[in-house]
Design a protein around this ligand. Structure first.
Ligand SMILES: [Zn+2]
Length: 329
């Protein structure tokens, strides 16, 4: 996407990457809330970046349309999450420029994807949209960033200033209560996944989890097991904190569902999920299912079709199944 007013900022500065997002934001198909983000990283002389707006993934756009919700989730991908789900590079240590303050769901994804810096355009704080949503930004998004070790800055393009909202030393390592299990495998065979699922069902007795095969850039294959857990940085060891974590605020919570956690972990590593080898112990949430579509996944194996976090998971499954977008085995 080219722009009439090219940025004069040096190509390795956040101003430059913010301008890329600003240049693209008008192309967002969303009628009211147009948002764009640029994710960038890499070494100083070898930088990569990707810019996305909030949008409907093509499959949803064509087969379901823009007016129908999928369960209790809109069919759109937020710009920040779209960047994470579609970038081929490892997002660990990357930075993100956003035209608007991020919602708690995107904050969770950013944290799990190992992104270390967020720059928010100062104009985003002045919009009505933010004024309606500001509470969740302060009470949830910023808490998530602080605990995960993500620094957040307000960026003013005109004044060329960057003001910290939260600043975390780069050396900060968040606690990780529920590490993701990674096992190298020789080949992607269904039997291997089946055995893995059996083993994990015993270990994670009654707890929801997801498993998948993934491949790194060298072609090495891995079996990955992920459990539902509070977003990285939150520990469940402290009773007061655990209670707060377990209590949803409106439609948001501090819990990261297993399929979503898996997708963000793969982004962090720059690994590719091998489609056809994804297992979820129960029906994923509506938002997870939309994110799967956004990540280009076409098939999922579900352990227990009687279980989902809420009724919306079932509704989302029916909608996506009927439209022929996701196959559920
Ligand atoms: Zn969001």
């Amino acid at each position: 996407m080219t722009s009439a007013k090219a940025s004069t900022a040096p190509v390795d500065s956040p101003y430059y990457f913010m301008q890329k997002a600003v240049d693209l934001v008008g192309t967002s198909p969303h009628p009211q809330n147009k948002i764009a983000a640029t994710l960038f990283g890499g070494k100083p002389n070898d930088l990569w970046s990707v810019t996305r707006t909030n949008h409907w993934p093509a499959m949803i756009d064509v087969k379901i349309g823009r007016t129908q919700d999928i369960g209790n989730s809109s069919g759109t991908l937020h710009a920040e999450t779209a960047c994470i789900l579609t970038v081929p590079e490892a997002t660990e240590g990357a930075s993100l420029c956003i035209t608007d303050p991020c919602c708690p769901n995107c904050a969770k994804n950013i944290a799990e994807a190992g992104i270390k810096k967020i720059y928010i355009d100062h104009k985003g704080f002045k919009k009505d949209f933010f004024k309606r949503r500001g509470d969740h930004f302060d009470s949830m998004s910023m808490q998530i960033c602080a605990k995960a070790g993500v620094s957040v800055y307000e960026l003013n393009r005109k004044e060329q200033t960057i003001t910290p909202i939260i600043e975390v030393p780069l050396s900060f390592t968040p606690p990780d209560d529920s590490p993701i299990v990674i096992e190298p495998i020789e080949s992607a065979a269904e039997a291997v996944l089946r055995i893995g699922v059996q083993k994990s069902s015993q270990i994670h007795h009654r707890r929801k989890f997801a498993m998948a095969f993934a491949q790194d850039s060298q072609g090495q294959k891995f079996m990955i097991t992920v459990r539902a857990h509070a977003v990285i940085g939150f520990t469940m060891n402290n009773l007061n904190e655990a209670l707060e974590i377990m209590t949803p605020q409106d439609k948001y919570s501090f819990i990261q569902e297993p399929v979503n956690r898996l997708l963000m972990f793969l982004a962090r590593k720059g690994w590719r999920l091998m489609d056809g080898y994804l297992y979820a112990s129960q029906i994923p949430t509506a938002r997870e299912q939309v994110n799967l579509v956004g990540a280009g996944i076409k098939r999922i194996t579900v352990g227990d079709f009687q279980k989902s976090r809420d009724p919306y998971g079932f509704q989302a499954m029916e909608t996506l199944k009927r439209a022929g977008i996701l196959i559920y085995d």
